[in-house]
Design a protein around this ligand. Structure first.
Ligand SMILES: Cc1ncc(C[n+]2csc(CCOP(=O)(O)OP(=O)(O)O)c2C)c(N)n1
Ligand code: SF4
Length: 344
């Protein structure tokens, strides 16, 4: 990525467009917008090199509010468009903005292949566990039993677990943050940007109109220390009101232990290793009572980060090889090929 620093340092205001923001009062999208605008001046990328590509949904209106290049595109297709932008302009800093419906329902196929292909771009999904723009139908991340206008007796589906889905699709960077923790989100955004490859960031976002407080347990003062766990590379997995609980691995089975009562040294606990895919898979499954019905704290931070070759470099290399072998050809001659025939 081009890291030329612009001469006069910009501020968050320079990334704020003149468009009137049309989200409802109290919408979590405001915080995400603010954090992105706050970190952008520090990323060392000239303003004209930023591009936002969004799908359709309340979250996808984000593109209008950033004073950068961008495209508010088609429902579920932001990944495809962003891939094209990156393939043609590898030096741009490309950001995809999507909602849980946009990314995992209509865009599910595009999402998994974006993870697999690994363009060097940033893919943010604002997860509010609901379709908001279309007024509150259940989405692929809504919990089982969710009562909405389209599921009046409660949905009978299991939700997607986005981080597990991304890892299953061979994502090289998987992280989670939330709208109500600005500092954490800023740090995760910086990490995502610095990572070379597709960085997938799931952001828990509150929709006060159609799914209020869906994630408050992870951010309210009196519950968050019990229900959320903050991951740091090289640090033990510790949580609880008085940091008294830790997580250990018993084979491949995670166990919650009381470190204070049992005098367990920190280095006996599970030490977070962002590059260990097996452990990342286990961490991503701290979700909806996955392990024998035990409620594990929800993980926030970088779950997995391991660089591997990015798509656009492989593509550029292959084009150069083809040109060496066959010389530069016109698009016409490539399309018509070397075997032509005449229909009489
Ligand atoms: C092809 C197509 N199908 C359906 C729609 C209707 N539609 C617009 S936004 C949306 C869902 C948005 O939900 P989500 O992606 O979770 O974003 P949010 O509004 O919650 O931010 C749907 C189904 C559409 N615009 N285009
Ligand atoms: S409907 Fe929900 S997600 Fe959409 S703008 Fe309003 S609060 Fe935000």
């Amino acid at each position: 990525m081009d890291t030329t620093v612009t001469e006069n340092k910009l501020t968050a205001k320079d990334y704020s467009s003149s468009q009137e923001v049309k989200w409802c009062p109290g919408c979590g999208d405001y915080s995400i917008l603010k954090q992105v605008q706050t970190v952008f001046p520090d990323l060392g990328v000239p303003k004209e090199k930023f591009v936002f590509i969004s799908g359709i949904g309340c979250s996808s209106r984000f593109t209008y509010y950033m004073d950068t290049f961008g495209m508010h595109s088609i429902h579920g297709r932001a990944a495809a468009i962003a891939s094209g932008v990156k393939a043609a302009n590898p030096d741009l800093s490309v950001w995809v903005i999507s909602g849980d419906g946009d990314a995992f329902s209509i865009g599910g196929n595009h999402f998994i292949h974006a993870m697999r292909k690994n363009f060097n771009l940033n893919y943010l999904v604002f997860n509010n566990q609901i379709y908001s723009l279309t007024k509150g139908q259940y989405s692929p991340t809504s919990e089982r039993g969710k009562v909405t206008k389209t599921s009046p007796l409660g949905s009978v589906e299991e939700p997607f677990n986005p981080s597990e889905l991304a890892l299953g699709a061979n994502a090289s960077f998987v992280a989670r943050s939330l709208d109500r923790d600005p500092k954490h989100m800023q740090a995760v955004l910086k990490r995502a940007h610095a990572f070379k490859g597709t960085s997938f960031v799931e952001v828990y976002q509150n929709c006060p109109v159609f799914n209020d407080e869906a994630f408050f347990a992870f951010s309210e003062k009196d519950t968050k220390k019990e229900q959320a766990i903050y991951l740091e590379h090289g640090k033990p997995l510790i949580f609880g009101n008085n940091d008294e609980k830790g997580i250990m691995l018993d084979g491949l089975m995670p166990r919650i232990v009381d470190i204070k009562a049992n005098n367990i040294p920190h280095d006996h606990l599970w030490i977070h290793d962002e590059q260990d895919k097996t452990k990342a898979n286990l961490i991503s499954r701290f979700f909806n009572n996955e392990f024998d019905g035990v409620v594990f704290p929800r993980p926030f931070g970088v779950i997995y980060a391991k660089e591997r070759p990015v798509y656009e470099e492989g593509m550029t290399h292959q084009i150069e090889q083809a040109q060496k072998l066959k010389g530069k050809q016109s698009l016409d001659s490539i399309l018509s090929g070397d075997k032509t025939w005449e229909i009489k």
